[in-house]
Design a protein around this ligand. Structure first.
Ligand code: SF4
Length: 212
């Protein structure tokens, strides 16, 4: 005899919910730390604050294994292309956190070499104010990011991307058709002008032509 607990059960959900649940509980940060804010981030990893409570303790130092680019510190124009490249090397979906006044707005550096906020280079999802922000602020930012991930639609995203690809293909095929028609017209014109000149030369060379 089987009890109710041993019987087969099922539950219903949406793919969006499952994907987002997995993503939001395993946000792996890539710390791009250039100054004092990075030290503050390090303390979030310690036992006192314990970032593993939200599944983000696994800090990766390769962009291909990370979801969250954490920019902590001052960014100069010399570093800007490197930061952009790292962002582009991260697989989608990816998110960016600007930690501290320097990353958000350039901070107190009002000079020719400092980028006045990393959103001049890459898109930012969450900003953390402060100089430096406390670890609690970092947790707050991670909770905000989790809420953002929760509201994203995996299926909608895929549909939009497919639609974009279809539109691009349509535009390309229309352009190819146009080019083909133009090339056909010019080829016909070339053939007919060649034929016309050949006929004229034959007519001119005809010894039976009237008037010769
Ligand atoms: S915001 Fe303040 S603490 Fe953070 S990197 Fe800039 S100067 Fe340092």
């Amino acid at each position: 005899m089987t009890t109710e607990a041993q019987e087969g059960n099922f539950f219903t959900s949406s793919l969006d919910f499952l994907v987002n649940w997995g993503r939001k509980n395993s946000l792996w940060p890539f710390p791009y730390g250039t100054a004092c804010c990075a030290i503050e981030f390090m303390s979030t990893e310690t036992a006192r604050y314990d970032l593993s409570r939200i599944g983000s303790e696994y800090v990766r130092f390769t962009p291909r294994q990370s979801d969250v680019l954490l920019v902590a510190g001052t960014i100069t124009y010399k570093q800007a292309p490197i930061l952009k490249r790292i962002y582009e090397q991260m697989a989608e979906p990816r998110w960016v956190i600007a930690m501290g006044a320097c990353a958000c707005s350039g901070g107190f550096y009002d000079c020719y070499c400092t980028v006045p906020g990393i959103d001049h280079i890459i898109p930012v999802d969450v900003y953390i104010g402060g100089c430096p922000p406390r670890p609690e602020s970092f947790f707050d930012a991670m909770f905000d990011l989790q809420k953002k991930v929760e509201d994203e639609s995996f299926m909608k995203e895929r549909t939009e991307r497919l639609q974009e690809q279809i539109e691009a293909l349509k535009a390309k095929s229309a352009q190819c058709r146009e080019e083909l028609i133009n090339s056909k017209d010019s080829a016909c014109e070339l053939v007919s002008s060649t034929l016309r000149s050949k006929v004229n030369s034959i007519l001119n060379a005809n010894p039976f032509k009237k008037g010769r």
